[in-house]
Each structure stands twice: as structure tokens, then as C-alpha cells.
Design a binder for this molecule. Structure first.
Ligand SMILES: *Cc1c(COP(=O)(O)O)cnc(C)c1O
Length: 249
């Protein structure tokens, strides 16, 4: 026996498998090794699952539900103060809940309104590094979906770039799920095109777009298409932690 528990063993295996998938996708896209960051989406999974994944080598974790995330962060900090984890908020942001997000996360992927950006900026503690933010874009344009519409991205981006406690990093998208690889590719390519346009228009206005380098896109079912189209962060839940059985709170 090597002293590992079942949870630790399976965390390590799941992590190795997902890295194999990511590396194969990077290779077939002829992209540089290491150009895609793995974000482990731990929503609905308990603190010990996160600790096991951290002990297997994973450092970045994504959470969707604020209270659930804060509870788990506190439990992990208590039990394992040695772990230095990077926390990404990837759920809808309510404007009256921005303070604990600004105080307890390193990234927010789901900024879609200037009001939320301003509050996150004002509430980001002075002793913390600027908060990394992505603008969530509604790439399909369906009115019921989260994210700002493509024609609103530039205005929001310019507003964010003027906020000193935020650091605009790029775009995040959750395209409509599709089993059709062509459709997956088309949606992700459209997000990439939006990021290119945004970088160009920021540069035209004399705004330094050097840090605007992130495409947060691709989940368990479509990470290959996302990486082929330029994803720099893939957000993976099911393939790492298994099927979610608990409903969203
Ligand atoms: C749940 C979730 C994921 C992970 O999805 P899987 O299909 O389980 O990999 C990624 N991004 C967001 C925004 C999510 O809510």
C-alpha cells in the first residue's frame, strides 16, 4: 500500500486522464505545450474532494454558488492552511453579493454589467492583487442567457480597464450545448474572434491590452473543440469529480 486513500487515488487518476485529453488537444491544434490552464470546477462537491484534488497537484478551483464556496474555503483553510489554492468565481454575480466575491476570489469569469464591475473594484481589498476578471459573452445571443451581447462587450471592457483594482483578462462563454462538433467549433471560434476584435479596439484607443489574453471556454463535453479554437482556460467538473448528484442550491 502506498498510503493513499481511495479518494486521493481516484483524484490523481482523474487528473492524469484530463491532462492527457488536454495535452492531446493542444498537440492536434499545434499549440504550445502548457498553453491551456485547467480550472477544476468543484461545485456541489465537498471540501475533502477539493483537498484530495489539491494533493494530487491541482491548484485552481472554480465555484458557482457563493455561500457554498465560502463554506468550503473556510473549511479547507481551517484544516489545511498549508494549501495555497486559486479560487475562480464562475457563477452568476448578484450585485448585492459582490463584497465576499471581491474579498475571497482571485478571478471572476462572469462579469456582464458595469455596475458589478464597479462594485467589485470598490470592494477589492487594498492588500490583495487586482482581481482578474473576464467578461461573460452571450455568444448565441439568446435573450434568456447570461452574458453580455457581443455589441456591448467593448463598452464594458473599456469601463473595466479604467478600474484600478480589476484586471481585465479576456472573455468567458458557455455556448449552447451541442453534440455536433461543427457547431461546437463555430461557437468557440466566434468567441475567439470577439477577443481578437476587442484587443484590436482597445489597442486603437491606446489601452494596453497585453493582459487581455484569456479565453475561458470548454467543459467536459467539448474541451477538444474549445482548445482547437484557442481556449486558454478550460473549466472541467464532471471529468474530474464525477457526475454531480446534488442539485444546485
Ligand atoms: C458546472 C460548470 C462547468 C463544468 O461543467 P462539466 O460539464 O461538469 O465539466 C464549467 N463551467 C461552468 C460555468 C459551470 O457552471
Amino acid at each position: 500500500m502506498n498510503g493513499k486513500t481511495n479518494t486521493e487515488e481516484s483524484a490523481l487518476l482523474a487528473l492524469q486522464r484530463i491532462h492527457q485529453r488536454i495535452d492531446a488537444a493542444i498537440k492536434s491544434a499545434s499549440r504550445p505545450a502548457g498553453s491551456v490552464h485547467l480550472l477544476a470546477v468543484s461545485k456541489t462537491f465537498a471540501a475533502p474532494n477539493i483537498v484530495a484534488m489539491a494533493d494530487a497537484g491541482q491548484q485552481s478551483f472554480g465555484e458557482n454558488y457563493l455561500q457554498e464556496a465560502l463554506d468550503k474555503q473556510a473549511a479547507i483553510h481551517n484544516e489545511r492552511p498549508d494549501l495555497k489554492l486559486e479560487w475562480h468565481f464562475i457563477g452568476p454575480v448578484q450585485s448585492n453579493k459582490t463584497r465576499p466575491i471581491a474579498e475571497n476570489f482571485d478571478w471572476v469569469h462572469t462579469v456582464e454589467r458595469e455596475k458589478v464591475a464597479t462594485r467589485l473594484n470598490d470592494q477589492r481589498p487594498d492588500n490583495a492583487a487586482p482581481l482578474n476578471v473576464c467578461i461573460q459573452i452571450n455568444i448565441d445571443g439568446a435573450p434568456s442567457k447570461s452574458g453580455c451581447l457581443p455589441d456591448q462587450v467593448q463598452t464594458l471592457a473599456i469601463a473595466i480597464c479604467a478600474l484600478p483594482r480589476l484586471r481585465l483578462r479576456g472573455l468567458m462563454a458557455i455556448p449552447d450545448p451541442s453534440d455536433n462538433p461543427d457547431q461546437q467549433h463555430q461557437a468557440f471560434a466566434a468567441v475567439r474572434e470577439q477577443l481578437n476584435q476587442l484587443r484590436n479596439s482597445l489597442a486603437t484607443q491606446g489601452i494596453n491590452s497585453g493582459a487581455v489574453d484569456t479565453l475561458s471556454m470548454g467543459m467536459t463535453a467539448d474541451l477538444e473543440a474549445a482548445i482547437a479554437e484557442g481556449a486558454t482556460i478550460v473549466r472541467i467538473g464532471t471529468a474530474l469529480f464525477g457526475q454531480r448528484t446534488k442539485p444546485a442550491p
